[in-house]
Design a protein around this ligand. Structure first.
Ligand code: ARG
Length: 604
């Protein structure tokens, strides 16, 4: 049965664009919003229903112009009029003078709009002179983003890597557009395993009578588990610690805190290295919701949603069926009184709405937890904890695969530690940059290798549509050709070197920008679509859209640079004009990479 929880309007309507952009107020324009406004007016003047959507899209091919109106067919159908006839009427009423130099009707009733280079030039100038490129202010929303979410006393693995970097890129994009974002790191910091971990930490401290650094979480966890399984005294102690911890025993809480702190210290090193904007302040772990759980269970019972079943407390959901085709029972409290992961996520959604005042909540969790979330949220909606007007969105992602198409593992079949992965990225990038720059000093080489290596790993992930699995391939991601981080980082340094050679800086560029060549206009149009791109990333939580955009900009720049002489331009005014395009290109690539949390260098 389709659930209404995931749905989020991906095709922004005209009204939304217009609400976000104050056209004619001297703010650099969002072309899509502007065309929405003009075409809507023309449609109404042509007799279309007032609520018809113009559906303005970027054109897929140059022969379709720069933008295409897709909403004529729908409106014509409602009017019972042949679409081409309506298209003609709309074009009659469409006043785009000074904005478009050509308007075509094509196919069954598409309207193709060709933007005027002179107008584009003015807009590029405006974007260049505004600090925020061409970003217009939005109506800010409070958005909670749940991402990263590693577990205490466990190594961060590749699954957490995906959540961490995709989540962070989305968070930065939302903030850049002016939203109020709350980063929520849903740390796995609670559960019955803590008795065992505390008992083991205690034993380690006694043995070494010193602080331990938990260098190797996997080994620590494994050893604790062995002690628990094989040593009866240890197991008894561990079980008593669980009970004590849950009842707020000071000693156990102190030991627990220590485990959490050591874990977060270690994770922070990964975050910093990955240039991810998370810190200890963003931790809102599972334990935060403990005190809410008893009253939630009581409330769900009182609302008649939860019932006792074989000693446990269960919510039966018609929306999901078990193997026998019966409504699925979701346990929210076990026979022994313990709560579950689902119970915590119910409380968590409630908290995010009630306490954090979220107007939208986004979760970056792998697709295997989809059913879990859907069940928790179905209960949340039924209980009325979060109104339907506040979207709860699962932005799921697939797995990272090895070259053999199997889940990405070490040769021995173990999980790959994030630190090891990042170290390898550094080493591989170092070899590459050394080859290219044999005369460079070691310190510079190392700095370059870190920016390029980490950038490559992040970009390889961010540039893929998150909903599918992808193959992790070192050679591809470190290539200086194609849709990769090194290609973009290199494209950026290339523009900087043009400025060095020209002996001029961005601020001192003068004279008007003139777009005479089609390659100049193509680059200018794409540069002006930065905000449209960010809006899509913000709506869908898909940073790969931004990657594809940046790649496109770099490719268009390179073709422009090849065909339109910049340094050797015919005259000084066209040299300055082309340098302006180069300047906006560099700024756009840099801003885009910043949003992805990927560094740039001046030379490489
Ligand atoms: N700690 C969990 C894991 O490692 C992910 C938590 C995701 N967030 C949530 N609200 N359930 O699988």
């Amino acid at each position: 049965r389709p659930l209404n929880l995931l749905r989020f309007d991906v095709s922004t309507s005209c009204a939304v664009w217009l609400a976000m952009h104050s056209i004619d107020k001297g703010i650099p324009v969002n072309i899509q919003a502007l065309l929405c406004d003009k075409v809507s007016q023309a449609m109404v003047a042509a007799g279309a229903p007032a609520d018809s959507e113009p559906l303005i899209r970027q054109s897929a091919k140059p022969q379709f112009g720069d933008y295409q109106v897709n909403g004529i067919m729908g409106a014509a159908k409602r009017l019972g009029m042949p679409p081409r006839q309506l298209a003609e009427k709309v074009v009659e009423h469409l006043s785009l003078s000074g904005i478009a130099h050509k308007i075509d009707i094509a196919g069954p009733g598409f309207i193709n709009i060709f933007l005027d280079p002179q107008w584009l030039a003015t807009e590029v100038e405006q974007a260049l002179s505004s600090e925020h490129l061409n970003l217009a202010p939005v109506t800010p929303q409070t958005i909670v983003v749940d991402y990263s979410a590693p577990n205490v006393a466990k190594e961060m693995h590749v699954g957490h890597l995906r959540s961490t970097i995709i989540g962070d890129a989305t968070v930065r994009t939302l903030e850049k557009l002016g939203h109020n974002v709350i980063r929520a790191n849903h740390l796995g910091d609670w559960g019955t395993q803590f008795g065992m971990l505390i008992a083991y930490l205690e034993q380690q401290q006694a043995d070494h009578s010193a602080e331990i650094a938990l260098q190797d979480f996997e080994a620590f966890y494994r050893a604790a588990k062995i002690a628990y399984d094989e040593d009866e005294d240890f197991a008894v102690r561990a079980r008593s610690y669980v009970v004590k911890l849950q009842s707020g025993d000071e000693y156990c809480l102190k030991m627990w805190r220590k485990l959490v702190d050591i874990t977060m210290e270690q994770n922070q090193r990964n975050y910093d290295r990955l240039n991810v904007s998370l810190s200890a302040e963003n931790v809102m772990g599972e334990s935060l919701y403990n005190s809410m759980l008893p009253s939630i269970v009581a409330d769900l019972k009182q609302k008649g949603l939860a019932v006792e079943s074989e000693g446990a407390t269960v919510v039966f959901l018609d929306e999901f069926t078990n193997k026998e085709g019966e409504p699925m029972g979701v346990i929210i409290q076990k026979k022994d009184g313990g709560y579950l992961y689902t119970t915590t996520d119910i409380a968590c959604a409630k908290y995010r709405y009630e306490t954090l005042k979220a107007e939208r909540v986004i979760y970056y969790i792998d697709s295997r937890q989809h059913q879990h979330l859907m069940q928790a949220w179905t209960i949340v909606r039924k209980a009325g904890y979060v109104p339907e007007s506040v979207p709860l969105e699962h932005h799921m992602f697939g797995m990272m695969l090895g070259k053999d198409g199997r889940p990405f593992k070490t040769r021995a079949g173990g999980t790959i530690r994030l630190v090891d992965l990042l170290d390898e990225a550094h080493e591989r990038a170092l070899t590459l940059v050394k080859e290219k720059n044999p005369e460079m000093d070691a310190q510079t080489l190392n700095r370059l290798a870190e920016v390029i290596g980490i950038g490559a790993v992040k970009y390889a992930d961010l540039s893929k549509n998150r909903t599918t699995d992808y193959v992790f391939d070192w050679d591809n991601m470190l290539s200086f050709e194609g849709n990769t981080a090194p290609y973009l980082q290199y494209a950026y340094t290339r523009v900087l070197s043009i400025f060095r050679k020209a002996g001029i800086d961005e601020q001192s560029l003068q004279g008007p920008l003139v777009l005479t060549e089609s390659r100049e206009a193509a680059l200018a149009t794409r540069l002006l679509q930065f905000e449209e791109t960010l809006q899509q990333v913000a709506r869908e939580g898909t940073p790969h859209v931004l990657c594809a955009y940046l790649y496109d900009v770099a490719v268009l720049f390179s073709s422009f640079y090849e065909h339109c002489p910049v340094l050797t331009a015919q005259d000084e005014s066209s040299r300055q004009s082309r340098l302006k395009l180069a300047a906006l290109t560099a700024r756009t690539i840099k801003s885009g990479l910043d949003l992805l949390g990927i560094g740039t260098v001046e030379r490489m």
